[in-house]
Structures are given as C-alpha cells and as structure tokens.
Design a binder for this molecule. Structure first.
Ligand code: MN
Length: 444
C-alpha cells in the first residue's frame, strides 16, 4: 500500500530536474518536562509514504530514480533495556523494504551523494536539518504539501478497506453504548464502553478527542469534559471514532437517554435526519461541498419553519443567515489518515465569507475516491440565540416564545462517513439512525 503511495506521489512531480523529497517521521512526545510519554502516533504524511510506525525515522524519496531511502535512529544498549530490542539495518530492510537503509547520522552524506538541485521539505525545521551541509539547492515546501494533499485526497482501494474496518468497529462501539444506556449513567461511562469495544478489536488509537455530551452539553461543539450524569428526558450526543492502520472513523449519533424520543426531540431529530439523508443521496462526482452545505441548511430551516421556531419565508430566512444561529459549523470534511483530512481547500480556493458556511472544512467538487463526513446538526445555544432575539435584523425571524421552550434542549448531530464512487456513494456508517431503530435498540 505504501509503495503505491510513493509511486502516486512521484507522478505528481515533474521528472526533469534532479530532485528529492525529504520527510521526517514523528518523535516521542512527553508531557511537559516529565517522563510521561504520549502514545506514539506517526506523522500522517510520513506514514502514508513509508508505512514505518516507529519514532525518530526519516525518508528521502528520490523523484528521478524512484528510490526510497529510509533513515533510522542508531539506538544504544540503554534503549534496548527500556524499550525492547534494537533492530539491525537488515531487520529494518526486511520489515519495510526500502531501497536503502541508513542510520540517520548519515543523512548529510547521502544527500551530498544524491546531489539534488531541488529538495522538497514540509517545513523549515526539515529544511534546516537537510540544508546544514550547505549544498546549493532550492527547497520548496508548498509544492510538496500540495502534492501530498492531492495524493491523499483520493483514496486507493486498500485505503478504503482500512476506512471500512475502522467503521465496522465503530458501528459495534456505537451499538454497545446505545443499547446499554440508562438514565443516571455518566457521560464517561459511554467513553468506557466505546473504548472497550475499540481496544478489544485491536484499535488502540482514537482518531480525535471523543465528544460524549448529554443535555445542554450536546450543544457544545467540542465538549470533552465527559463528566456529567445523564438525566431522564435528555438527549445524548456522541461523536467519536478510532483509527485502523491510521485511517479514521468519525460518526455522530444522538439518542434519548431514556430510550424514547420526546415529541420535541422527535421533531428536531427528523429535521436533521431528513437533511442528512437528502445530502447523502445527492452525493456523486461533480457535486460541490458548499452546495451540499447550503442544501442541508435550507432543508433544516424549512423544518424549523414547520415547527414554528423560525418564521418568515424560507427565502428571507436563508438571506438573513438565520441558519447560522442553529447550524454554526460546516456540513462535513474530508476523512482519511487525519480526521479532518487534507485536501479540503485546493490551492487558490478561499473560505466563503458568510456566517455558518465560513467554517466548512472542504470546498471543492467531489471526485470518485474522496471520503467525506456528512454531519448536519441543529443546536440551541443560549449565548447565540438570546442576543439574536434582541437583534433587529434577526428577531423578526424567531418565535421567541417557542424558542425559549428549547433553550436547554442541547443539540442534535447525525454524522456518517461517505465514499464518493463513480456513480454515487458508499456509506461506511451502518449504525442505526432512524428513530424507531434507535428506540428498538434501547428497549429490547
Ligand atoms: Mn466529523
């Protein structure tokens, strides 16, 4: 898989000049000045091209000869005592099949021999590291970032297989949390159940800091305290996922703590679900993410108009950006080795300067092989809605009396992971999302 990625990356560079790519892998990180080590997670670009899941390595990819030079740290006996045995160069060679293996202290020498005229690096520290031997070369980080993004944004079948595996385990984790939920349980218990399923299936790395948010917390987009006791009658929003071979799952589900949606909860839930399903149905090559965002915003405003929370004509409500009060984040983002994966904004494309859609993380035409999340949501955030009720440009679109009924409602988000295919899409997320399915899961 990683060999294929290198070939793909080479193809994105002109072959006419003597040029090499230099990439550094991740290092072990500690908590401030202590011995506590954070779990090692390889840097995504380095992992993408090398498949090497160890700290302190580096790679040179020779664009002309297409040779892969792997640089590994020289470990001493002391390292073996603390971290296990020390690999020989031959062991690195047979494990990762690079064309050449070197100790990292030979970096300068190897570069001198390759004698490139251009070195592509990702950042200044890499530039300094490889430049310190004073070769007369040009470095170019922008071109490398662009090429890596272009390569990574379209997934190969092997990458899709990794994403499917991450999703399968995520489905199971969601199922176990939802079916075991009872009022009085704490948010962190959801994290415990969720994490147990992931770990039991060998997925040890969370893809992002999971959100386990009940009641009013469900309207906090990046809520991570996860320490509240869930109450009968509230909603519970979970947005979490783990990685398989570095590839992330990122779902969200919202369900009633007591296993039955109240009338108000059911109404808002249907509005979000209708928008989510409508957008997913529309996915195919050529469709633009920003159009899908506006489609979901409009559908959700229609729903809130029907409920009597919002008033006016749909057209005037949309024009006044009322959707941004209830749906303040983007519809979705690319998904891959990173949860918010690369490629969302191709070179030259800017964010849209309009409330709500400004935070959209991907703005481009979809192509087969791209993977996106589709995650519309409706939130009742008092610190957003109360000022809006006093704002002369917004108050006439809001039914204050009805809105106050929902001030402590929290929020609803429903998120699936979607592969764009030649003819449409493949949904990687299979955990139930229809109201009756959720209630059945919680009450059997
Ligand atoms: Mn997401």
């Amino acid at each position: 898989m990683h060999h294929k990625h290198r070939i793909k990356l080479y193809s994105l560079f002109s072959q006419t000049q003597e040029s090499i790519i230099f990439l550094e892998g991740a290092k072990i990180m500690n908590r401030y000045q202590t011995d506590y080590e954070f779990a090692f997670r390889q840097e995504s670009n380095f992992w993408y091209v090398s498949g090497v899941n160890e700290p302190d390595c580096a790679a040179i990819l020779d664009i002309d000869s297409k040779e892969f030079h792997l640089f590994v740290p020289k470990r001493d006996m002391q390292y073996a005592v603390w971290y296990g045995y020390v690999k020989s160069l031959d062991q690195y060679r047979s494990k990762y099949s690079p064309d050449h293996v070197h100790y990292i202290d030979e970096l300068q020498e190897v570069v001198k021999k390759l004698n490139p005229s251009i070195i592509f690096c990702l950042n200044e520290s890499s530039q300094e590291r490889i430049h310190s031997h004073k070769l007369e070369v040009t470095t170019d980080s922008e071109a490398l970032i662009e090429a890596l993004n272009d390569a990574r944004v379209i997934k190969t079948e092997e990458e899709l297989e990794c994403l499917r595996k991450a999703s399968q385990v995520n489905d199971e984790a969601y199922k176990r949390v939802i079916e075991s939920w009872k009022p009085g349980m704490y948010e962190y218990q959801a994290k415990a159940i969720f994490t147990k399923v992931q770990m039991s299936n060998g997925l040890q790395q969370d893809a992002y800091n999971g959100i386990y948010a009940s009641g009013p917390n469900s309207a906090i987009l990046h809520y991570v305290s996860n320490n509240r006791q869930t109450q009968d009658g509230e909603l519970f929003l979970i947005d979490a996922g783990f990685e398989y071979e570095g590839y992330a799952a990122d779902f969200s589900r919202t369900f009633p703590v007591n296993g039955r949606f109240s009338a108000n909860q059911a109404e808002v839930y249907e509005v979000v679900l209708t928008a989510q399903k409508q957008v997913i149905e529309a996915i195919k090559p050529g469709v633009r993410m920003e159009d899908l965002h506006m489609m979901s915003a409009s559908t959700m405003m229609e729903g809130l108009l029907d409920m009597g929370i919002v008033k006016g004509s749909l057209n005037s409500v949309m024009k006044a950006n009322i959707f941004a009060l209830f749906f303040p984040h983007g519809l979705g983002h690319f998904l891959g080795l990173d949860t918010h994966d690369v490629g969302g904004y191709p070179k030259g494309v800017e964010r849209i300067d309009r409330p709500g859609i400004f935070y959209l993380r991907a703005r481009r035409e979809l192509e087969a092989g791209m993977v996106v999340t589709i995650e519309p949501g409706i939130y009742f955030v008092p610190s957003v809605l109360e000022p809006a009720l006093k704002d002369p440009s917004k108050q006439m679109f809001l039914n204050a009396e009805k809105l106050y009924e929902f001030m402590d409602f929290g929020g609803i988000r429903i998120e699936d992971d979607i592969v764009v295919t030649e003819n449409g899409y493949e949904n990687l997320t299979h955990i139930v999302k229809e109201r009756d399915e959720i209630e059945r899961l919680m009450n059997n």
